[in-house]
Every structure is written in structure tokens, then in C-alpha cells.
Design a protein around this ligand. Structure first.
Ligand code: XMP
Length: 557
């Protein structure tokens, strides 16, 4: 069974930084993007080739870096203004200039530093990147009357080096208004498209290449091939970046950082903290202790699964704290969402600190920071959405630990690949995002009592079970139940009932910034509803949430 494509929002695929299944307890507070560029530097023992992508603010910039990595070459996305030294420091084998939203003639439009073209490495400009290249070298770029957005047709007049092996006529994806009318001196014009007189060009001698279309999106069928040509034939990269090479690289880096020090890691059961913990354990074994705080707000059997995977299967030293009653006590009488979040956050920190003190001399703390966190909080060009770093368990800054961040260089899909390579069970690798405050913010409008949480947990277990059986779990960004603080009248077995209402929330999304409600098949919904009502005594009505985001949020609180 699968959801139709129309159900999936059309925004470009992006890596998400929102999901660590409970890694953070805050609800999306933004931080300023004025972090120094040095924080972008990814500590690497340069074993694999690298290509730098300079970000001119295009909506597909991250995707370019991901595509390059998918082709087996490590890639970093840096803001366009970092300066030539930042690029040189990385000894990249090639440079890609991304697209961007500005017109090259707009006041304040980002300029291309000509020194970047003198690094002695091949440069590929894409869309805005190509226009900036052409303008810098004296070609002709002009604003066109008609823009070119979406699918277009590329006619190749000369394949040159960059388009070698691709057809004379091919589909490509465009998104621009400025257009190149004449290549700079020394360049060969390789082809045109419906609205672009020069849609591809190259100067093989100087190692400069440009394409107006987007090779990184799936709507450009020869895009991967063109990128491969650039990486392999033109830059001479070896395509050795893989989940296995990431593990080797990170294990070495962790050992070098930590030495014989003791390390602790807050484990939530989410994919980021799980993979981070396993990587650190692979590197330093029993020097690591994981702390799993079970706040009683998890889904059914989740705590047991985490303990079984880490303590029993991977033999990771694990302190599991059963703090359910502490948390439920803190939540007594509370119904306001932010009050619940704050109470849970504060209690979490207290429990974690107590455990850390018991462990004693730990100097290092593992954090599941992802590359998208790094880019979006430090590398903003003004175009990127800025989100907060998600601290493990929302831990305060003044905890005196040195951070170990083995996922700092990785996109979400790479974290999953590393998790799978390390043997993490599929259930954990593919877990849908789960908020830090857990089920407490899904018992809405009222107190999260043990009774209500148990009812919600039972309903949620049925939903997950049916969604998995229908083969839809991975297609959905999230699927969960909500239990509002209301009861409704029903009739069951000739008796009047007055029971709880369960709302089903299932959404598709690329990054949680926007979401659409999933068109779950009616038969599946019926099966879910009847199981909930038959199997859970307290429930007598099931409804479906059909609100997209915006205007709704994914969670109800
Ligand atoms: P909303 O409800 O704002 O959620 O559309 C966007 C994404 O964030 C998750 N979420 C949270 N994650 N702590 C978290 O770690 C929180 O307090 C929190 N609130 C929402 C939500 O599940 C969705 O994936």
C-alpha cells in the first residue's frame, strides 16, 4: 500500500534537524545566526576527497551537497562569503557555486570573489552560480522578459567535457529569470534551452563550468550523470565516502578527542542520540556511560526496547532511570502546554545531573548535533531557515562538559545509514520524530495523568501497528494519537457509554516546517478506529485531524 504522490508536499527534499526522538524539550526557539565561521569547520582526518559547495542562498543548496555525498564524495556547504582561505583550508578537489534567489544585478546581490577561480581546482556554477561566474569573467547576463521555472528542454549543441555521454536533447529543471546571453571569452557554449540562449558552458583549460539548470533535482534526469562527470572525470575525485568510511573516520576522531577520559551520553531512543552513542561506544567502549531517563511519557514498550538494544544487545554501559512517578508528580494539576514543557525540561535536567554526578568524573558529553544544525545556525546566508540547536534533553549551557559531536558532519539520511551499518535495529533507525516532552503534550487541554497516558499509549500502539502493517510507516513524517480532555456519549452493547475521544494525526512532510495531512486509506482508518474502540475500554470515538501546517502545527500543543 502506498500514499499517492499528490499527498506529498512538493517542496524540495531536505534533511531535517528536528528529530531526535526526544532530544529536545523546547518548542522551536530561534537563535541568532551570528556564530563565527570557524564553528562550521568539521574536524576531519582527510581520508576521503572533498568538494566544497558555496551557498548563495538557493533552495536546493543542501541538496547539492547531499547529492555529491550520495555519489561517494564528501561535501561541505559553506556560506558564499566565507572567503577563499576557508575554502583552501579544506584542500577540496572541486568547488560548486550554488543557485540563489537574487538577481545578479540586485543591490547587495552576492558577488563571486575572483580569487575562488584561482585555487587551481575545477569550479562548477549552477544557476545563480553560473551567472555570477559569467558576470565576473565578462560574459553577458541579462534579466529576461520571461522567466524559466520548472521543466524545460535542453538542446545540446556541443557535449564538451561536462555533458559527455548525455543525449542531444534532454529534460532539465530550471528556476531563474536572469539569463546568460553570451559566454565569457575562452568558453565554449554547450547548449541552450527554451528560454536560455546559453544553458551550459565550459572552459576546460581553466577548469570552469556552468549550467543554468539544476542537476541536483530528480526532474533533471541526467543530473546525477553530469555531477558524476564533474566529480570523477573533471575533479578526479575518488568516490570512497560511505557509511563505513564515516564510521572509521569518526571512531578515529573520537579517540583522538577523548583519550582515556570518561564520557556520558543522554539516550532518548531517537535515531540521532542512538547513532551518536553507538559510534562513541565503538570508539572507546566502556569509557562511555549512557543515561536513559524514562519519564513515563514514552510510547508503549519504548523504554524496554532502548534498554534491550543498548544494554543487552550492544553491551553499552547504561544507566536507566525509572523516573515516571517524579515526572507525573511534577505534572499534577498542569494543563497549559508551555508549563508542561518547562516542568518536564526542568525535571529532566535534574535527573540527568543527579546521574551524571553519580557517574563521577565524566568530562565529555555526547551530543547528536547534525550537519543541518551546523548549517542552519551558523552558515545562514539569510535564505536558510534558522532553528535552534537541539541540546540533548535540553541540557543547560553551564554544565561543564566538553561536547563530543560525532554526527556534526552528517545529514539525517547519512545518520540512518551509519545506524544501519552499526547494526542498530531497523525500528530505531527509522523511528519517526517524537517530541522530547513525549505523550504529555498529546494529552491536550488537561492533566497528563497515568490513566490518560495509558489510554493514549494503548491507542498509539494500535495506530503504529496498523500503519506498519500497511507499509506506510516510513512514508509518513509522523503518525500519532492525541487524547483531548473531553468525553463524548456513545452506545456499545446496548449500553450508553461516556468515553474518551482519540484523534489520529498523520502527516507527510520533508522537514516539519510545513506538512500535509496524509490521505490514509478509508479501510485502514476503519480498521484502526474499530480496533481502538474494541480493545480500549475507555475509548468510544475516533476522529481524524485533516489540518495541514500551516495553519495547524503538527502537534496539538
Ligand atoms: P510542530 O508541532 O511545531 O512540530 O509543527 C514540529 C516538529 O517538532 C516536534 N516537536 C518537538 N520536538 N520538543 C521536541 O523535541 C518539543 O517540545 C517539540 N514540539 C514539537 C514535532 O513532533 C514535529 O516533528
Amino acid at each position: 500500500m502506498s500514499l499517492s504522490k499528490a499527498d506529498i508536499p512538493s517542496s524540495p527534499p531536505r534533511s531535517s534537524d528536528l528529530d531526535d526522538g526526544g532530544a529536545s524539550l523546547g518548542h522551536g526557539s530561534a537563535v541568532a545566526a551570528d556564530q563565527p565561521v570557524e564553528e562550521l569547520a568539521l574536524e576531519r582526518d582527510v581520508a576521503t576527497d572533498e568538494v566544497v559547495v558555496l551557498d548563495y542562498g538557493g533552495q536546493y543548496s543542501q541538496l547539492i551537497a547531499r547529492r555529491v555525498r550520495e555519489l561517494g564524495v564528501f561535501s561541505e556547504l559553506l556560506p558564499h562569503h566565507v572567503g577563499v582561505e576557508e575554502v583552501r583550508k579544506r584542500s577540496p578537489k572541486g568547488l560548486i557555486l550554488s543557485g540563489g534567489p537574487a538577481s545578479v544585478y540586485a543591490p547587495g546581490a552576492p558577488r563571486l570573489d575572483p580569487a575562488l577561480l584561482e585555487l587551481g581546482i575545477p569550479v562548477l556554477g549552477i544557476c545563480y552560480g553560473m551567472q555570477a561566474l559569467v558576470l565576473t569573467l565578462g560574459g553577458r547576463v541579462e534579466g529576461a522578459e520571461v522567466g524559466e521555472f520548472g521543466r524545460s528542454q535542453l538542446t545540446v549543441t556541443e557535449h564538451g567535457r561536462l555533458l559527455a555521454g548525455t543525449p542531444d536533447s534532454q529534460a532539465c529543471w530550471m528556476s531563474h529569470r536572469d539569463t546568460v546571453y553570451a559566454a565569457p571569452e575562452g568558453f565554449a557554449e554547450l547548449g541552450s534551452s527554451t528560454e536560455s540562449p546559453v544553458a551550459a558552458l565550459e572552459d576546460v583549460g581553466r577548469g570552469l563550468y556552468g549550467i543554468q539548470f539544476h542537476p541536483e533535482v530528480v526532474h533533471t534526469p541526467y543530473g546525477q550523470q553530469i555531477l558524476t562527470t564533474f566529480l570523477e572525470d573533471i575533479c578526479g575525485c575518488e568516490r570512497t565516502w560511505s557509511a563505513a568510511s564515516i564510521i572509521d573516520e569518526q571512531v578515529a576522531a573520537i579517540r583522538a578527542q577523548v583519550g582515556d577520559g570518561r564520557v556520558i551520553c543522554g539516550l532518548s531512543g531517537g535515531v540521532d542520540s542512538s547513532v551518536a552513542a553507538l559510534l562513541v561506544h565503538r570508539a572507546i567502549g566502556d569509557q562511555l556511560t549512557c543515561v536513559f531517563v524514562d519519564h513515563g511519557l514514552m510510547r508503549q514498550n519504548e523504554g524496554e526496547q532502548v534498554i534491550a538494544a543498548f544494554r543487552d544487545h550492544f553491551k553499552v554501559p547504561l544507566v536507566a532511570v525509572d523516573a515516571e512517578s517524579r515526572f507525573l508528580d511534577r505534572l499534577k494539576g498542569m494543563s497549559e502546554p508551555e508549563a508542561k514543557r518547562k516542568a518536564i525540561g526542568a525535571e529532566f535536567i535534574r535527573v540527568f545531573e543527579e546521574e551524571a554526578a553519580r557517574i563521577g568524573d565524566a568530562r565529555f558529553l555526547v551530543q547528536g548535533t547534525l550537519y543541518s544544525d551546523v548549517i542552519e545556525s551558523g552558515g545562514g546566508t539569510g535564505a536558510a531557515t534558522i532553528k535552534s540547536h537541539h541540546n540533548v534533553g535540553g541540557l543547560p549551557e553551564d554544565l561543564e562538559f566538553e561536547l563530543v559531536e560525532p554526527l556534526r558532519a552528517l545529514f539525517k539520511d547519512e545518520v540512518r545509514a551509519v545506524g544501519a551499518e552499526l547494526g542498530l535495529p531497523e525500528r530505531l533507525v527509522w523511528r519517526q520524530p517524537f517530541p522530547g516532552p513525549g505523550l504529555a503534550i498529546r494529552v491536550v487541554g488537561g492533566e497528563a495523568t497515568k490513566e490518560r497516558l495509558d489510554t493514549l499509549r494503548a491507542a498509539d500502539a494500535i495506530l503504529q501497528d496498523e500503519i506498519r502493517k500497511a507499509g506506510l510507516y516510513r512514508e509518513l513524517w509522523q503518525s500519532f494519537c492525541v487524547l483531548p480532555d473531553i468525553r463524548t456519549v456513545g452506545v456499545q452493547g446496548d449500553e450508553r457509554t461516556y468515553g474518551y475521544l482519540i484523534a489520529i494525526r498523520a502527516v507527510t512532510s520533508d522537514d516539519a516546517m510545513t506538512a500535509d495531512w496524509a490521505r490514509l486509506p478509508y479501510d485502514l482508518l476503519e480498521q484502526i478506529a474499530s480496533r481502538m474502540i474494541n480493545e480500549i475500554r475507555e475509548v468510544n470515538r475516533v476522529v481524524l485531524d485533516i489540518t495541514s501546517k500551516p495553519p495547524g502545527t503538527i502537534e496539538w500543543e
